[in-house]
Design a protein around this ligand. Structure first.
Ligand SMILES: Cc1cc2nc3c(=O)[nH]c(=O)nc-3n(C[C@H](O)[C@H](O)[C@H](O)COP(=O)(O)O)c2cc1C
Ligand code: SF4
Length: 791
């Protein structure tokens, strides 16, 4: 039906709209649309300029208290520094007095990435205020906190020292404090410039509690885009201790101390990782007091150090040390032979930026560069001034031998720089020490190396070192290949053993201390790690190459540090002259002459004769030294049909143990020379199959060996002589105290043997078929994600 047109009586096409409107629309629609859009735009702009956003309620849950709502006057901008986000708090009383309307707090200003600077520590005018925050439902922690603060005061603020730079520590209940005042900004100092140090005593509850509110607050603060992500960065440091109950929550996975872990995590974020001491944890019914005392002592040391040096020390934020990283170190550990990501043909490699870290494998390249670029250290030192320590120990000591002239790794050489960048500490001119990845892993409760499962070595108390960075082999699978000085003779200056001993210890402890701020480090293990109990002399190079190896061993043993010495079976004279070590390894990289030549690429022409002589020496000394054959399996090189050949060697050397380990893949760089790839790394099942075949081959020869233990995590299996099976149970662990007693009683050449310091039975979880992962720890993947414990 058509409608009559108003003007012309023309019927409209759209029902209900007169034609005149439509005509007007058609004529002016562009102008109408443009005008409307412009008007809308103006309106939006107006609203934007005049609208005041909803004020922030950072922490709505404040206990039975009126919220402290601070209104901040926006200050005129004066300088870039003053453009930081600023949160101003006043107390309730002040707020009321000023007549300020109570309401949510306003935060104005730009987001700042850096926290307010603290007054310089150590400055006489500035004091350090320790605040001990606690939560408590059933009052245990409250009581503990009161005593704890007194103990802390006694250690840091002695009565006789009225000038102490520490103020009396204060204890604060998290159920009572105003979180805005302590956990968004810092409390305003009263009389003098004050630095704050936060400590937390946190029990865990799996029910709704003050802890949840507190944690919510920390989390919200961190995520609030209006607040600096690290608003607590100005504090000097923090540390957390958790209480839990192992009866109800036996493991961390089951919730033991889970809220202390959370507080630690969020405080790390809010302070810009100022964890001054590792997270401590204690079972209030069992070891709580002891663990707390240990944690307190560690903290007191850190605080004293802080006041001496003005900072938290290396490895803790501010130092820029790579150890701060949460990432696991990829570098190899003791005797862990790493296959580099190989390519068939060598390719020219790009030089990295000078600031970048070098890979372990890059040392080789740097060494080459050092040879070329740096006045050819190696070429110069190749002068005929050699003392051959590898053929005859007595000749080596001959006074008529020309004096050595060169340092093996001079301080100003690129090799030195590359090694130190790698995390090696070079001690003297030819020794090195490096904190091993298992040491770090154990400190963080992420598992220990196989030596814990097999021999009871605590990885976090183990130092990995070598007195000789030089070696006489060029093994194809060695990640050190081409990187270290090589030679059949010692052509360098010889450092005294005491210098090496004190240097390796000092550097090891320094590296351990750098782990203090690393996430996940456990206070208990950290404290234990400050006492070296074991030394793996195997890091790089050939320890037995060092002319005073026996003296160095005596120094280690003198401090009751056990010695695991790994040698490459190329120095029979040194081996024969070696005095007692706790465990003596010989690397057995191939079952026959040709394979050995192909794999180890020894520098000695008579390598096979040397090798066999070493096995004979081992056999002769098997009742004196605790001997081990170390087999590293590299698929395609020394695995296929090799069991019989290895069995022959075992028959000849009759070691106490045979450790079989799959080569470890390290896919961080190309090595080229080795030409090995991931395909050369045997699967664990293949290692198992090999070991079973080897055991059978040994039994066929009438040799009494059995598969005693395994550590699937590092692809390592242990065959043991039946000498170490007592009453049907394997006894592969070592009684270290007994070893030292025997040594002290009978001397380094004394007449005692491996059975004399045999330890208790191998733990069930470590025996063959049970995986071997330390049940106390949490297994993680390379990215730190929890994994199921190895079956
Ligand atoms: C209700 C309740 C829940 C708990 N939940 C846990 C827990 O999840 N994990 C844990 O390790 N301990 C847990 N515990 C143990 C407490 O953390 C431990 O007893 C602590 O010492 C209590 O401290 P307090 O007396 O200061 O409240 C819980 C205790 C209670 C009473
Ligand atoms: S023995 Fe010591 S150095 Fe060797 S892997 Fe284990 S922890 Fe590391």
């Amino acid at each position: 039906m058509a409608f009559p047109d108003i003007e012309g009586g023309r019927p409209s096409n759209i029902p209900g709209i007169p034609n005149v409107v439509l005509d007007l629309w058609h004529e002016y629609r562009v102008s109408i649309i443009m005008t409307t859009l412009f008007a809308l735009g103006m309106l939006r702009l107006y609203l934007h300029l005049t609208y005041t956003p909803e004020e922030l309620r950072v922490f709505p849950k404040v206990y039975n208290k009126a919220p402290v709502d601070d209104v901040v006057e926006e200050k005129p901008r004066q300088s870039a520094k003053e453009e930081k986000a600023e949160v101003v708090n006043t107390s309730d009383a002040e707020t009321k007095k000023a007549g300020v309307k109570q309401g949510p707090r306003r935060i104005k200003g730009d987001v700042s990435r850096k926290g307010r600077a603290s007054p310089p520590v150590g400055n006489e005018a500035s004091k350090t205020q320790i605040l001990v925050f606690y939560s408590s439902l059933t009052a245990t922690t409250e009581k503990i906190a009161q005593t704890f603060v007194q103990e802390l005061a006694m250690a840091l603020v002695p009565e006789e020292d009225s000038n102490s730079s520490f103020l009396q520590p204060q204890v604060l209940d998290l159920a009572e404090v105003d979180y805005d005042e302590y956990f968004i900004t810092l409390p305003k100092p009263k009389d003098q410039p004050t630095n704050y140090f936060y400590l937390f005593l946190i029990p865990s509850y799996n029910i709704d509690s003050i802890n949840d509110t507190f944690l919510d607050h920390l989390q919200e603060t961190h995520h609030d885009f209006r607040i600096d992500t690290s608003p607590l960065a100005p504090i000097l440091g923090y540390s957390v201790f958790g209480f839990g109950d192992k009866e109800g929550w036996p493991t961390e996975e089951e919730g033991f101390c889970f809220q202390a872990k959370e507080v630690d995590k969020w405080m790390a974020k809010l302070t810009g990782r100022k964890r001054a001491y590792p997270l401590g944890m204690g079972d209030w019914k069992r070891d709580g007091k002891e663990r707390l005392a240990e944690w307190r002592d560690g903290l007191v040391d850190v605080l004293k150090q802080l006041h001496l040096t003005g900072n938290l020390g290396e490895g803790v934020p501010g130092s820029g040390d790579p150890l701060e990283s949460d990432a696991e170190d990829e570098a190899g550990d003791d005797g862990e032979v790493l296959v580099e990501e190989g390519t068939a043909a060598p390719k020219p490699r790009k030089r990295r930026g000078s600031g970048g870290l070098q890979d372990v494998e890059d040392i080789g390249r740097v060494m080459e560069l050092s040879r070329d670029d740096n006045d050819s250290i190696q070429k110069k030192s190749a002068a005929p001034l050699a003392i051959d320590f590898t053929t005859d120990g007595r000749r080596a000591a001959n006074k008529s031998a020309p004096a050595p002239v060169k340092e093996m790794v001079p301080k100003n050489s690129p090799t030195y720089a590359a090694l130190t960048k790698q995390g090696y500490s070079i001690v003297g001119s030819h020794s090195g020490v490096k904190i091993c990845r298992w040491t770090k892993s154990a400190l963080r409760g992420r598992g220990s190396c196989y030596k814990f499962s097999f021999y009871g070595i605590n990885s976090h108390q183990c130092m990995e070192a070598t007195p000789s960075l030089s070696c006489s082999n060029k093994c194809v699978f060695c990640w050190r290949h081409g990187t270290n000085p090589v030679g059949t003779t010692w052509r360098w200056t010889v450092d005294p053993p005491d210098l090496i001993f004190s240097g390796i210890k000092e550097n090891h402890y320094k590296k351990i201390k750098m782990m203090r701020g690393v996430p996940g480090v456990r206070a208990e293990r950290f404290a234990e790690a400050l006492r070296i109990r074991h030394c793996a002399l195997s890091l790089v190079g050939e320890p037995i190459f060092y002319p005073h190896i026996n003296d160095l061993l005596a120094l280690l043993h003198g401090e009751r540090i056990s010695s695991f010495l790994v040698c490459n079976a190329q120095h029979p004279d040194q081996l024969a002259a070696l005095k007692h070590v706790t465990q003596l390894y010989v690397s057995i990289d191939a079952p026959d002459r040709e394979s050995l030549r192909r794999i180890d690429r020894p520098l000695h022409r008579d390598f096979w004769e040397r090798f066999l002589r070493c096995l004979d020496i081992l056999r002769e000394r098997r009742n004196k030294q605790r001997t081990v054959f170390r087999l590293t399996l590299v698929k395609g090189f020394n695995v296929d049909d090799a069991a019989e050949g290895y069995a022959d060697l075992v028959e000849r050397g009759m070691p106490c143990f045979v450790e079989v380990k799959g080569v470890t893949y390290c896919g961080t760089a190309t090595s080229a020379n080795a030409g090995l790839t991931m395909a050369n790394v045997p699967f664990y099942q293949e290692v198992c199959d090999f070991v079973v075949a080897l055991e059978k081959a040994l039994r066929r020869r009438g040799l009494a060996y059995g598969i005693a233990a395994e550590h699937a995590h590092s692809c390592c299996i242990l065959l043991a002589s039946e000498r170490f099976r007592v009453d049907g149970r394997w006894h592969t662990l070592i009684d270290y105290d007994r070893f030292f007693e025997l040594l002290e009683e009978k001397g380094p050449d004394g007449d005692f043997g491996p059975e004399d310091y045999m330890g208790p039975p191998t733990p069930e979880w470590a025996t063959w078929g049970n995986g071997g992962f330390d049940p106390r720890d949490q297994r993680v993947d390379r990215k730190g994600r929890p994994l199921e414990a190895a079956a």
